[in-house]
Design a protein around this ligand. Structure first.
Ligand SMILES: [Zn+2]
Length: 307
């Protein structure tokens, strides 16, 4: 791809990040390797939804500006750490996808084997320990984990996704946020059922062979558990999906807040459903509770009688 084509792609994917609500205002930054080995990146303080060619600058692999107006993004060290960690990576997209970031704010892990397509293409999505934005410390922790993952979350900050080109890096970011939305919606409905550990391993092994991934992960494609973390394979959620929510030990914690679950089983009274969902706040009534449907039928009969 020529520099001209890469510049056009960068404008397109930056604008798509904004349109898909993966970043707002001056958030986020994108970079891509140019044919001569230098790095094209977005400059500091530009709006990705209104990005123009004048907002792109070229730097060398040490971070010094080669061409363009303005300063490169302050997160450039993080991008360079990704390129240094992985010779196969030619593009990096950093954004603040809101639902994914909310998982880190809430302290809920996205390193779970929930959706087959995600296990195939990304494996699990780790959350890195908190580090101050723009620091070498953050760059170093990101670079270290990008050796093993194509998409990572930075605690209370955002996502870093890499790829063989901007399209692949962008797709990984979009997949991460879509996964977060589905997982959050399932949690709101009452529970997240993970894939059985054997199926997760089978899918991951197949995905690494079919779609590739970090070279260190591809090397483990045939190993027991592939590149999935031991915590994922050992969690009670994987081996025995928990009816009470994500992970094995949420009871009594702040993660236990759930809406009443929609059930196909025998109808519960409203009180029973609320109690089961942990939302029961009223003192128990001394009178025996009347099933909700009986109450409604009685009210309708009374209304007909009154009419
Ligand atoms: Zn950021």
């Amino acid at each position: 791809m020529s520099e001209q084509q890469i510049r056009q792609e960068m404008l397109r994917f930056a604008q798509l990040c904004y349109k898909r609500n993966l970043l707002v205002a001056m958030d986020g930054n994108l970079s891509a390797l140019l044919p001569d080995g230098d790095v094209l990146c977005t400059k500091a303080g530009c709006h990705k939804g209104m990005l123009t060619d004048a907002d792109l600058v070229v730097i060398d692999r040490k971070g010094s500006k080669v061409r363009g107006d303005g300063d490169p993004t302050s997160e450039m060290a993080m991008h360079l750490a990704c390129y240094n960690a992985r010779p196969d990576v030619t593009a990096v997209v950093h954004a603040h996808p809101p639902i994914s970031v909310a998982f880190t704010v809430a302290g809920v892990s996205m390193a779970r084997c929930v959706l087959p397509e995600v296990v195939l293409t990304l494996g699990t999505i780790p959350t890195l320990d908190y580090r101050t934005t723009g620091t070498e410390d953050l760059a170093s922790i990101v670079g270290r984990h990008i050796q093993s993952y194509d998409a990572v979350l930075m605690d209370r900050h955002g996502a870093v996704c890499v790829g063989r080109g901007l399209l692949e890096a962008f797709c990984r970011l979009e997949t991460m946020e879509h996964t977060a939305l589905i997982t959050k919606t399932a949690r709101d409905m009452g529970q997240v059922q993970e894939l059985p550990a054997s199926e997760a391993t089978h899918l991951r092994s197949m995905g690494l062979k079919r779609y590739g991934g970090p070279p260190s992960a591809v090397a483990k494609a045939d190993a027991p558990g592939a590149d999935l973390p031991p915590a994922c394979l050992g969690c009670s959620g994987c081996a025995n999906p928990s009816p009470t929510g994500i992970g094995p030990s949420t009871t009594g914690s702040r993660l236990d807040l759930r809406m009443a679950r929609v059930s196909t089983g025998p109808l519960m009274t409203l009180e029973e459903a609320m109690t089961k969902a942990g939302r029961h706040i009223a003192a128990p009534s001394p009178a025996p509770s009347t099933p909700l449907e009986d109450t409604i039928v009685a009210e309708v009969l009374q209304a007909l009688k009154d009419a």
